[in-house]
Structures are given as C-alpha cells and as structure tokens.
Design a binder for this molecule. Structure first.
Ligand SMILES: CC(C)(COP(=O)(O)OP(=O)(O)OC[C@H]1O[C@@H](n2cnc3c(N)ncnc32)[C@H](O)[C@@H]1OP(=O)(O)O)[C@@H](O)C(=O)NCCC(=O)NCCS
Length: 84
C-alpha cells in the first residue's frame, strides 16, 4: 500500500496536468506489481471524483461525516477503487 496527496497549483489547473500524472502513476504501479489502487476523496470534490471515474475508479464505499470542510461542515468521504 502507498499513500499520496494530489494537488495541482491553482494557476495550472484545467490543462490536463493531473490526468497525465494520474495515468503515469497507474502505469507505474501496475509495472511494480500493485494489483489495485484506492483513494479517499472528499465528496464535495466533484472535479477529483470525475477524474478518477474517467480513469476507471468507482466508489466502493462512503464514510459519513469523515471530513470537516471549511464551509460545508462535516461531509462524507468516498472510497474510490480500481483494479490494476
Ligand atoms: C483536482 C485537481 C488535482 C485536478 O487537476 P487538473 O490538472 O486541473 O486536472 P486536469 O486538467 O488533468 O483534468 C482532469 C479531469 O479532472 C476533472 N476536473 C478537473 N477539474 C474539474 C472541475 N473544476 N470541475 C469538474 N471536473 C474537473 C475532469 O474530469 C477532467 O477531465 P477532462 O480532462 O476530460 O476535462 C486540481 O483541481 C487540484 O489540485 N485541486 C485541489 C486539490 C484536490 O482537490 N486534490 C484531489 C484530492 S483527491
């Protein structure tokens, strides 16, 4: 298992940086023998959820009230997973 946090500088968002990086990480993990990949994604983060779904991840579970959002209060976290 490995952990990662994903953030693209705000003035470079929307240009495909994250998609290319995510594809690279998936390929590298597969080459290194990982069998699956899982992320916890805050449910309000619709952009990240759309990205991971477009790359074959699905929501396999949701933890209620798992993240204290600065404006939305306690929000769920989705567990997103795909086989490699
Ligand atoms: C989420 C984040 C990493 C995306 O990085 P990015 O380089 O702008 O993303 P890309 O340009 O590669 O877009 C990839 C996909 O993400 C989704 N996406 C990105 N920004 C989006 C937005 N504002 N609204 C909806 N979908 C969005 C789309 O599905 C997009 O697919 P497309 O290429 O078909 O348009 C970036 O916005 C970020 O750093 N956000 C703050 C930190 C964060 O939320 N990290 C994720 C934690 S799981």
């Amino acid at each position: 298992m490995a952990n990662a946090a994903w953030m693209v500088a705000s003035d470079h968002r929307g240009h495909g940086v994250e998609r290319r990086f995510a594809e690279y990480v998936i390929d590298q993990a597969r080459e290194r023998g990982y069998l699956g990949m899982q992320f916890n994604v805050v449910a309000t983060n619709t952009g990240a959820i759309a990205l991971w779904e477009s790359l074959g991840f699905e929501i396999v579970g949701t933890v209620p009230d798992a993240f204290r959002h600065s404006s939305a209060g306690l929000v769920p976290i989705h567990v997103m997973y795909r086989k490699l």
